[in-house]
Design a protein around this ligand. Structure first.
Ligand code: ADP
Ligand code: MG
Length: 299
């Protein structure tokens, strides 16, 4: 999320009417609400719009999968598990019923894969195909991870390859990182976590700013998807990998663990520094330069 979109969302904060149930409102991957003594309720929504999140000819089933998967990804980014969803679809005139059925089959397949019950929604006429999912989840209080809480000295990690998600089609059929997130909160609880939807550079800039810290990324270590340049890995967006920070002690243990049993991928890409606003890249020769990439923005 970049400049003006970020300012717009910030301006929405004043419209929040927060009841005592709201533990955390606008600003994280999902809202955090009181549930019971042991758990929080999580609540998120994400919309997929034809021409923005998928092209007109995209396979229906994959579009439907993505609409649910992006929401599951936001629940995972809080450390939680998804539970219940409502699904709304805006259908343009003339769209084949078979397309809509396949779309829904994709949404349902993703819901099933992550134990989500679809319990309602809405169907309306629209100029372009739009699909919106609102999703509830749950997280044990002790496992909740938010975007703030990054500390100087923490190590920065991602869960997988970045860049070229849109042109490779990966953005449509990705698997949300629920397994990775749950493994982390249970064994190596991150100091902060989010899912990468707008590109590593933009999203990391965000969590650094929220905690008043800086960072140095290691150019060599940033995992790139096949054929992706460094710039693409930093700013394409729609990767839906997790970005998280860990104390240096936990980071060392996580890397040791991963070396022994590499079933899940965790890649250290840099280090948090105490210098607010300083976001640097270390190249292969060890030279430092400011990270210019800003990340994807809708407007
Ligand atoms: P993500 O990519 O993780 O879904 P977004 O960039 O879409 O996050 O949104 C960032 C934050 O702003 C989230 O907490 C989201 O709930 C909030 N937000 C975005 N749009 C609106 C809106 N129209 N009204 C209220 N909150 C919003
Ligand atoms: Mg998110």
């Amino acid at each position: 999320m970049g400049g003006s979109e970020f300012r717009f969302i910030n301006s929405l904060m004043k419209f929040q009417n927060l009841s005592p149930r709201v533990v955390k409102g606008i600003g994280d991957d999902a809202a955090v609400l009181a549930l019971d003594a042991r758990r929080y309720q999580l609540f998120t929504t994400d919309m997929c719009v034809e021409g923005v999140h998928f092209i007109k000819d995209a396979p229906a089933r994959a579009v439907g999968w993505k609409a649910m998967a992006v929401n599951v990804s936001d629940i995972a980014a809080m450390g939680g598990l998804p539970t219940v969803a409502v699904v709304s679809i805006g259908i343009p005139k003339g769209l084949a019923l078979s397309y809509v059925k396949n779309l829904y089959a994709g949404t349902h397949a993703c819901a099933k894969a992550f134990n989500v019950s679809i319990v309602g929604g809405d169907t309306v006429r629209a100029d372009k195909l739009v699909i919106n999912v609102a999703l509830l989840g749950e997280v044990e209080k002790k496992y909740l991870v938010t975007r703030d809480g990054v500390k100087a000295g923490d190590r920065i990690f991602v869960t997988g390859p970045l860049g070229k998600s849109l042109c490779s089609g990966r953005h449509l059929d990705f698997t949300p990182c629920v397994k990775q997130a749950r493994f982390l909160v249970e064994h190596f609880k991150p100091s902060a976590m989010m899912d990468i939807s707008d590109g590593l550079a933009g999203d990391l800039r965000h969590i650094l700013a929220a905690s008043g810290v800086g960072a140095v990324l290691d150019e060599e270590k940033i995992p790139r998807a096949a054929g992706a340049t460094l710039t693409q890995a930093l700013s394409d967006g729609e990767d839906f990998e997790l970005l998280f920070t860990l104390s240096s002690g936990k980071a060392r243990k996580l890397l040791e663990y991963s070396r022994r049993r590499n079933s899940l991928r965790f890649v250290e890409v840099g280090k948090v520094t105490a210098a607010p606003g300083k976001f640097l890249m270390k190249d292969v020769q060890g030279r430092l330069r400011p990270v210019a990439q800003k990340g994807f923005t809708h407007f």
